[in-house]
Design a protein around this ligand. Structure first.
Ligand code: F6R
Length: 238
């Protein structure tokens, strides 16, 4: 695992954008995270596209996760969020994600796993980390070998994500998320963490034991994992 400490959120975004660009080729498969952490990288990639130095038109993308029961058209569904924050302006049309409205969730999870495999697997997977150490929405206690499935969000994650909704009660309780085993199949994992609120989780993930209690610690098992942190998120590292 390579840990890269940069000055701030914008520098983290620029570095992650460079990493994404290094994987871009016709047919490249990008794994996209939602949430705040990747936004500077997404803005940087959009800028490069508008300046004419980057095209993602021949790439495709898969999302990590989706809320269960939130209509796809809801502004906070991850389908809506990724289009609004990144893919529409980045000219990336082929985006798949778990269908949170599926009636048969195990069948949807199987479809999603098969779609990723049929695309040839993920070349570069962008990841954020939850304050409770979650990766995707694999909350503490998730099997290290898990595949795409339904999960229940922890109280902590629902509180953290309340900022995107009118109230904490509006945050869905369930999600469909790629499993830790699914994430480990990607060929390059890139974790982005910025701000002091992530320092404890980053330290557990990078320096703690590999354990289901800190799902992000699975990065230690991957042959090509890059952790991009700002000074604040790196504050507790040895
Ligand atoms: C989002 C996801 C989550 C977030 C994590 C951090 O698709 O899978 O694991 O990456 O909750 O969220 P932010 O970046 O908003 O702090």
């Amino acid at each position: 695992m390579e840990v890269v400490i940069v000055a701030d959120r914008e520098a983290a975004g620029a570095l992650v954008a460079d990493i994404v660009v290094s994987h871009v080729r016709p047919g490249a498969v990008l794994g996209l995270a939602t949430g705040s952490s990747p936004l500077p990288a997404y803005r940087d990639l959009i800028r490069r596209r508008s300046e004419g130095s980057l095209s993602l038109a021949e790439c495709r993308a898969f999302l990590l996760d989706e809320y269960v029961g939130l209509p796809r058209t809801h502004p906070e569904s991850y389908h809506s969020v990724i289009r609004r924050e990144f893919t529409d302006e980045a000219g990336l049309d082929r985006v798949d994600g778990p269908d949170g409205e599926a009636q048969d969730i195990p069948a949807e999870a199987a479809r999603y796993e098969a779609a990723i495999a049929a695309a040839g697997g993920v070349d570069v997977q962008l990841l954020g980390i939850g304050t409770d150490g979650h990766l995707g929405f694999n909350e503490p206690g998730s099997s290290l070998a898990s595949r795409t499935r339904v999960k229940t969000l922890t109280r902590q994650t629902r509180a953290d994500n309340a900022r995107f909704f009118d109230s904490a009660d509006d945050v869905p309780r369930h999600v469909i998320t790629q499993g830790l085993g699914t994430i480990l199949d990607a060929r390059h994992l890139v974790l982005i963490a910025t701000g002091e609120g992530k320092a404890a989780a980053v330290t557990s993930a990078v320096e703690g034991p590999v354990s289901a209690f800190c799902p992000a610690s699975i990065l230690q098992l991957h042959p090509r994992a890059t952790v991009v942190v700002d000074e604040a998120a790196a504050a507790s590292l040895q």
